[in-house]
Design a protein around this ligand. Structure first.
Ligand SMILES: Nc1nc2c(ncn2[C@@H]2O[C@H](COP(=O)(O)OP(=O)(O)O)[C@@H](O)[C@H]2O)c(=O)[nH]1
Ligand SMILES: [Mg+2]
Length: 362
């Protein structure tokens, strides 16, 4: 299972255009608010120069990059939390996602209807944030009622749940996301996770600046988002979609002509990856060289479980070589000879760039 980023935002801001560019999955980009009510899912490989370097030094038949999944969620409108504009479906589609990418419109085009009348990215971001907060308030309210009924028996743990809900309500009532609260206690953190709140998910803003987006527009987005630690990635949606249709070998040249080193999409994928707090490790056993992603701080047995559940269950140890040591040594046998391959036990947390061989009982 890969990590999922949902592409959300008001209608007609360029979500499907960006999704198409990202995945070349062919979701319809049309000038109509609800054309993508069934969420479209696209799998996007992560650009990974380290994987290429490893593949250059080890014989293989196949190279498999890590992937992120993007979901093109239907447009959200003001009042979605109250069911407007198929709002309930919209919110249900976001709940299982790991992170959200909020696309904000900066491009001007009189032919494309604007949901709220005129170009105003900050107001648009506020509408989206508010709908997520309102949806969470409803969820928290329901959990609180349930806990309150159960707390009649005087169970301390359940009483604590009521207090947690009240703390969440205070934060959400002030218009802030639930992620503003931190839960040190593991059980409390679990209670909050159980609610699958929308505003605890990492969020990033994509400014769809278009061909004619004004710098002031982008600036206002940055001023709004950055104090809240929200990453902002500017993208020229329509042009990126056109670039994505070019043959691979022409894309680079096209970008260079524009004075760009990388496409906005590449930056979007990278930022999404960073936002999710992921690390990459590599396996080179057999004929396949493969990159895997896990959350930072994942213990070795769980990382092995990404590959196969048997490997987690029967985990014995992990033989680990850092990417830097591998490159310095030049090959696997050389790295072994130099004593760079470490044997790690079940408490070892996978680090970014580890090249790993799991030993397990089948
Ligand atoms: N001029 C211009 N039009 C765009 C851009 N991105 C999207 N559009 C147009 O805006 C309309 C709505 O885009 P779409 O991706 O379907 O928006 P969604 O409702 O957010 O999924 C389409 O007609 C797109 O061609 C852009 O960067 N520049
Ligand atoms: Mg769409």
């Amino acid at each position: 299972m890969g990590f999922n980023c949902g592409i959300i935002g008001l209608p007609n801001v360029g979500k499907s255009t960006i999704f198409n560019a990202l995945t070349a999955a062919g979701a319809e980009a049309s000038n109509y608010p609800f054309c993508t009510i069934e969420p479209n899912v696209g799998v996007v490989p992560l650009p990974d120069p380290r994987l290429e370097e490893i593949a250059r030094r080890i014989e293989h038949e196949k190279v498999t990059p890590s992937t992120l999944q993007f979901v093109d969620v239907a447009g959200l409108v003001e009042g979605a939390s109250k069911g407007r504009g198929k709002g309930n479906q919209f919110l249900a589609h976001i709940r299982p996602l790991d992170a959200v990418v909020n696309v904000v419109r900066c491009f001007d085009n009189p032919d494309v209807a604007h949901e709220t009348g005129a170009l105003d990215p900050v107001r648009d971001m506020e509408i989206v944030s508010l709908e997520l907060v309102l949806a969470d308030l409803e969820v928290v309210g329901r959990w609180k009622e349930r806990a309150r009924k159960a707390a009649k028996g005087g169970d301390k743990k359940v009483l604590r749940k009521v207090e947690i809900c009240e703390a969440l309500e205070r934060v959400l009532d002030s218009g802030r996301p639930a992620s503003a609260l931190r839960w040190e206690d593991a059980e409390e953190a679990r209670s909050v996770a159980e609610m699958s709140l929308l505003t605890v998910k990492p969020m990033m803003v994509v400014a769809n600046v278009g061909e004619n987006g004004s710098p002031a527009c982008l600036e206002s987005i940055r001023r709004y988002a950055e104090p809240q630690n929200i990453r902002v990635v500017p993208i020229i949606g329509k042009m990126e979609a056109e670039i994505a249709e070019l043959p691979m070998e022409d894309r680079r040249a096209f970008l260079e002509d524009l004075g760009l080193e990388r496409s906005g999409l590449e930056r979007l994928v990278e930022e999404g990856y960073a936002m999710l707090g992921l690390v990459t490790f590599y396996t080179t056993a057999g004929v396949e060289i493969r990159a895997w992603t896990v959350k930072k701080g994942t213990p070795a047995p769980q990382a092995a479980g990404k590959i196969h559940t048997d490997m987690e269950r029967g985990f014995i140890r992990a033989e680990v070589l850092s990417y830097e040591d591998f490159i310095r040594a030049g090959s696997m046998p050389m790295a072994r000879e130099q004593g760079k391959v470490r044997s790690e036990g079940k408490d070892y947390c996978i680090r970014d760039g580890d090249i790993v061989l799991f030993r397990f009982r089948a």
